[in-house]
Design a protein around this ligand. Structure first.
Ligand code: PEP
Ligand code: MN
Length: 274
């Protein structure tokens, strides 16, 4: 196989710091991304944005949803984009949303602070080239059956296109173990990626487990393993969510979790400095 070039630590030893609005990701600062799986309506995204603003740096919300079934809620599209944008402005947080198609990259990039490439599109090379040819930062999620080399080569496409603002996201992979979890969160991916690349690495324990009960232990494990941050799904009424309710934390649980995570991160930093 070809060698990794631009994304490799051999090419750049210092950590890349990705700037999303006025938030830095990587280089030691931890980032917490939160919000609903899908933007559902004005009130829903507003309520969640207000509830998380003190404990999140970036507001997430899907408006183009890659759903397994064509009969499931597909997202609000452009209307959702403007609701997400309004909510972000209201609380002063930058926003991230998934872009699924090449033809929508420019339009979505004009409205958001960061573009997400979802797990299902990690190897959509035309889409990777397209986000590489524009300047908005990219959150690149690992494919469900992708090796770490494949993830890094997908990031390489974006950097090779001229965009060095890429954050990698471990979000769980397919394994034989499916009785209690939707995916198996690959914690070892974190230290391995941090060793191989200078790009920041965040972890999504929501898709990584499929179960809100597992988010706290997995989030702690991710930070202990050296992650640069977390992406967590939050919904005020998970039982009524149009997507991913079972893996969504209620805002008060999310806030309490982030407080614990911040304490854990200071302990880890203290230990590192000894
Ligand atoms: C998401 O973050 O909304 C999402 C669809 O995640 P993934 O691409 O990891 O399944
Ligand atoms: Mn989701």
């Amino acid at each position: 196989m070809e060698r990794l070039r631009l994304v490799s630590r051999d090419n750049q030893t210092r950590d890349t710091v990705v700037q999303v609005g006025d938030i830095n990701i990587g280089g030691g600062s931890k980032v917490y991304i939160a919000g609903p799986c899908s933007v559902e309506d004005e009130e829903q995204i507003r309520e969640i944005a207000l509830a998380i603003k003190g404990s999140a740096h970036i507001l997430r919300g899907g408006v183009y949803k890659p759903r397994t079934s064509p009969y499931s809620f597909q997202g609000l599209g452009q209307e959702g984009l403007s609701l997400l944008r309004q909510a972000g402005r209201l609380v002063g947080l930058p926003i991230v949303t998934e872009v699924m198609s090449e033809s929508e990259v420019e339009m979505v990039a004009d409205s958001v602070d960061m573009l997400q490439i979802g797990a299902r599109n990690m190897q959509n090379y035309a889409l990777l080239r397209k986000v590489g040819a524009q300047q908005k930062p990219v959150l690149l999620k690992r494919g469900v059956a992708a090796t770490l080399e494949e993830l890094l080569f997908s990031a390489e496409y974006i950097l090779a296109g001229g965009n060095s603002q890429v954050v990698l996201c471990e979000r769980g992979i397919r394994t034989f173990s499916h009785t209690f979890t939707r995916n198996t969160l690959d914690i070892s991916a974190v230290p391995i990626l941090k060793h191989l690349t200078h790009l920041p690495v965040v972890v999504d324990p929501s898709h990584g487990s499929g179960d809100w009960n597992l988010i706290e232990p997995l989030a702690k494990a991710a930070m202990a393993a050296g992650a640069d941050g977390l992406m967590i799904e939050v919904h005020s009424r998970p039982d009524q969510a149009l997507s991913d309710g079972p893996q969504s934390l209620k805002p008060e649980k999310y806030r309490a979790l982030i407080e614990k995570i911040r304490r854990l991160v200071s302990l880890l930093e203290e230990e590192k400095s000894q």
